[in-house]
Design a protein around this ligand. Structure first.
Ligand code: NAD
Length: 265
């Protein structure tokens, strides 16, 4: 018996990366999955892969920053599957730039895709979950919401907003049996990250920043999302789960007793 047997789940950003891996894993654990992405045909490919593997999935094209799209996404899921138990608000985007470099349009765009989407997801999912007696909402934040990443002001601000929005949503909807949590991934090998790290030196810096000496795999975030989606995490709400291969645990000083580089100790 899977961890999400008889559950109905929406996964946004399901065309690629963390969302595709999570949609596949949720379905493998027994959930009926609505795979949602602004790239509708790509989301349909994820749904087809799930169905070919013996799971149950449909796809829906939606821009998660648009209220009417998110409302329709939830309504279609309830109409097709009969309810909603799990929302993984995972779609997100990044535009690099300092405050001086970043355009005002890019600020608004990223805040729309990364933060307004989480608000809208909750706005329309909560009533559907209340009708079922509860549910689980998971939002993809980032370790970039926990420290001051350089050259990405709006991404850092948006992911910090997701973490505190998660706490506020958890507070408002706990009495209805709805748990709300966030995941803060480290660097995970998804298509946009692999593009950004095509320079071997950039890749090496990132790999070495993680205690485990490698980037994460999308399936490792899917496993965390599955735990938060399932009843296995029934006493967890308002939290942000860091899944970063030890990136944040690693002191920039290295070994405090002898901070010389390893080759000089
Ligand atoms: N990969 C990492 O290292 C990493 C680290 C921390 C956080 N994250 C976050 O994880 C999430 C997934 O990222 P990923 O690395 O899998 O990237 P990805 O590009 O592989 O997947 C993101 C998906 O979101 C979709 N999307 C973008 N804008 C959308 C919109 N307006 N409406 C609907 N769908 C939209 C894209 O089409 C894409 O399929 C994002 O929120 C990202 O910020 C990723």
């Amino acid at each position: 018996m899977g961890l999400l047997e008889n559950k109905i789940a929406i996964v946004t950003g399901a065309a690629s990366g963390l969302g595709a891996a999570s949609a596949m894993r949720f379905a493998a654990e027994g959930a009926a999955v609505m795979a949602v992405d602004v790239r509708g045909p790509k989301a349909a490919e994820t749904a087809a892969a799930i169905n070919e593997a013996g799971g149950h999935a449909l796809s829906f094209a939606a821009d998660v920053s648009m209220a009417e799209d998110v409302e329709a996404m939830v309504a279609e899921t309830v109409a097709q599957f009969g309810g909603l138990d799990v929302l993984f608000s995972n779609a997100g985007t990044l535009r690099p730039g300092t405050a001086v470099e970043l355009s005002v349009e890019d600020w608004d765009y990223v805040m729309g895709v990364n933060v307004r989407s989480v608000f809208l997801g909750a706005k329309y999912a909560v009533p559907a979950m209340e009708a079922r007696g509860g549910g689980s909402i998971i939002n993809t934040a980032s370790i970039s919401g926990l420290h001051g990443d350089g050259g990405a002001v709006v991404y850092a601000a948006s992911k910090a907003a997701v973490i505190n929005l998660t706490r506020a949503l958890a507070t408002d909807h706990a009495a209805a049996g709805i748990r709300v949590n966030a995941i803060c991934p480290g660097t995970i090998a998804t298509p946009p990250v692999l593009r950004m790290m095509s320079d071997p030196e950039v890749m090496a810096v990132n790999v070495n920043a993680h205690l485990l000496g490698r980037l994460g795999r999308p399936e490792e975030i899917a496993a965390a999302a599955l735990w938060l989606a399932s009843d296995e995490s029934s006493f967890v709400t308002g939290e942000h789960l860091v899944v970063d291969g030890g990136l944040r645990a690693k002191s920039p000083l290295g070994t405090l007793a002898d901070p010389r580089p390893a080759h000089r100790r």
